[in-house]
Design a protein around this ligand. Structure first.
Ligand code: ATP
Length: 615
């Protein structure tokens, strides 16, 4: 019997406090000292336990959450009524990377955890802060305070160099997105043909002073509080994303830095049993899915980074899978999660916890989720030093290589990598790498760019060497090929140096402008473009095979000159999910080689079962 009513808790509050005071954690239930290392130092998972609110104290509820001394372990004690006898407590414990108790201020959290995200994004990296937790646990309180501190840091003149700062703030409710800086106008989250996610229709506002910045933050917050469509609890049922984009006018071609501050939907909205309304149920399911996909993405990205920078040859292993296309939230954050994007990311998660004993179940779920985010990778031996694998170099080995390989004049290693090891320099955002190179007198941008490419090429070559002694019966090279074949890219090593028209093969995807008779193959709007996947040479099929119009593909005429230059192809067209494509295998057309304009690279995504373009 487990009476959980609020009255039961209030009636037994004093006994509960005595039992908690007498609680001694057993050795086996302590999860280390809370310092277990997550996969990558680039992801920090923290918990913030808010103070008990006055109304909770007034009702007589005790706190059910207890931070263990100076550790990063949190003990949760639930009050139970056994079949016979007096109420007892049952305890569970959770460990995260950092814990902030009820006395910690938002300023402490900012200084120790969030502030480093700002220069990282400023220098061209991608930084993300997530606040997660049940409704009323302090997510909005925390994120809005952190946003204000970010605005201060950006505008206090402490950052090095010039940047153009652009702010947009959007809200995601289910599959729908709204612009919080444009009267909650509906916008679309789209992946363009280069694979970049666009918040199409969202306004970006250039800011250059703190007051304007704060006024945007406040305008978005008040719009969220008074959303007309979602009544009074809109903030708990939608994700709010504040994106700050940094353009570096000195490096116009470089990727812009991105800083995301995200106030997630209340995690409990998804479990609200009292909700029977169909729309609410659907909304709750979508929140649930997005939070679950988010967890898989954070873990997946951590594992992918650990693979990429570990110095171990990773190519023979199946790459860590990051299912970022499975929800609108993670699709919007493609830069953060897509391992193929090669952007250097830092992520901080703040799990917000309501300490009230009456809400212990929800707090337990929050902390369990936080623990799951810490993708702990099995410890492997540090990779042995190899002169051709930058991921195995310490700072001294790295500096030595920079001195000998950076051209004339040599780039000063103490300006490029004052403290970094090889893996750390590999993670450095590209614009920051280039800016540091340019600090050496007389080094020009072309030299910096070429040197960065040389450094990365060495890393990629080292990482793609087949691992020794495969344990399965399948030869390693076959496994590597198999992995490559999930994409339409030609798996032959020298393919890149051969023009695409000279290496046409079944499975290659091409762009073309369909002739009038194939008008229904046009998918590219005004440009009248189409895409097709090559099936076989037109001359390879039997005499009865007809194309989409009913015209015989291979009429068998002897010695037909152009046979080698015409291919039977199937139509490739946009599909249901944004950015996804499908193959209409039976809509066939004959495409001459000279009509093929470019090769398009596509990859297969097992989770959504669609194709997506790659760059
Ligand atoms: N660290 C804190 N110190 C003092 N008060 C706090 C703290 N954290 C939260 N609160 C208070 O707790 C209440 C709930 O906080 P908040 O609105 O931030 O929760 P939330 O998790 O964003 O909820 P929702 O999901 O419904 O938006 C507010 O009244 C807020 O002022």
């Amino acid at each position: 019997m487990e009476p959980r009513s609020d009255q039961f808790i209030i009636d037994n509050a004093e006994r509960y406090k005595r039992l908690v005071a007498a609680f001694k954690p057993s050795k086996s239930d302590a999860k280390g000292d809370g310092s277990t290392t997550a996969a990558s130092g680039e992801i920090v998972v923290s918990a913030r336990v808010r103070p008990m609110l006055e109304e909770e104290l007034a009702q007589g509820f005790p706190s059910g959450i207890h931070i263990r001394g100076k550790t990063n372990i949190i003990d949760l004690h639930a009050l139970k009524q056994p079949v016979r006898g007096l109420p007892t407590i049952t305890s569970s414990s959770y460990a995260v990377d950092r814990v902030f108790g009820p006395d910690s201020t938002s300023s402490e959290i900012y200084e120790s955890l969030v502030k480093p995200l700002v220069p990282w994004a400023w220098s061209g990296g991608v930084s993300t802060l997530f606040a997660y937790g049940q409704t009323g646990s302090g997510k909005t309180y925390t994120v809005s305070a952190l946003e204000r501190f970010v605005a201060e840091t950006l505008m206090d003149g402490s950052m090095e160099g010039e940047r153009l700062i652009n702010v947009s703030i959007i809200e995601l409710a289910g599959q729908t997105a709204y612009d919080l800086l444009n009267a909650r106008k509906q916008i679309s989250i789209l992946e363009d043909s280069l694979g970049t996610t666009q918040m199409a229709g969202a306004l970006e506002h250039r800011v250059s002073d703190k007051e304007t910045f704060l006024s945007y933050i406040e305008a978005a917050a008040s719009l969220r509080r008074t959303a007309p469509t979602l009544k009074n609890d809109s903030s708990s049922r939608s994700h709010a994303i504040c994106r700050i984009r940094f353009e570096n006018p000195d490096l116009p071609a470089a990727d812009d830095g991105l800083l995301y501050l995200i106030d997630l939907a209340g995690s409990e909205a998804a479990r609200d049993k009292a909700v029977h309304d169909a729309t609410r149920m659907k909304e709750a399911r979508e929140i649930n899915t997005s939070l679950s996909v988010l967890k898989d993405c954070i873990r997946g990205r951590a594992l992918a980074d650990a693979d990429a920078y570990s110095g171990r040859a990773a190519a023979a292993k199946k790459p860590a899978y990051v299912p970022f296309r499975q929800s609108t939230l993670t699709k919007t954050l493609k830069h953060v999660f897509d391992p193929a994007s090669a952007r250097s990311c830092k992520t901080v998660v703040v799990a917000c916890v309501n300490p009230c004993l009456a809400d212990l179940g929800a707090s337990k779920n929050t902390l369990r989720y936080a623990e799951l985010l810490r993708a702990v990778v099995p410890k492997t031996k540090a990779a042995e030093y190899s002169p051709t694998a930058p991921a195995t170099w310490n700072n001294e080995q790295l500096c030595d290589w920079i001195r000998r390989n950076s051209g004339t004049p040599p780039i000063n290693p103490s300006l490029l990598a004052p403290t970094e090891t090889g893996p750390q320099l590999l993670r450095l955002p590209l614009p920051e790498f280039l800016s540091r190179c340019l600090k050496t007198a007389l080094v020009i941008p072309d030299q910096a760019q070429a040197f960065q490419a040389k450094f990365w090429k060495l890393h990629v070559d080292a990482a793609s060497k087949p691992a020794p002694a495969p344990t399965t019966a399948t030869p390693t090279s076959a496994l590597v090929r198999l992995a490559l074949l999930d994409s339409s890219a030609d798996p032959e090593p020298d393919a890149g140096s051969i023009p695409f028209r000279e290496r046409i093969r079944p499975g290659m995807v091409v762009r073309w402008t369909p002739r009038e008779e194939y008008a229904s193959f046009v998918v590219g709007g005004k440009e009248r473009k189409g895409m097709a996947v090559v099936l076989c040479p037109a001359g390879a099929v039997g005499g009865r095979v007809r194309d989409f119009r009913g015209v015989v593909v291979n009429d068998g005429e002897e010695g037909k000159e152009e046979e080698g230059g015409r291919y039977l192809c199937a139509m490739v067209a946009p599909s249901l999910l944004p950015g996804s494509y499908g193959v209409s295998l039976w809509r066939q057309a004959v495409v001459a080689v000279e009509e093929m304009e470019a090769e398009v690279l596509m990859e297969w995504d097992e989770a959504t079962r669609y194709y997506y373009m790659t760059v």
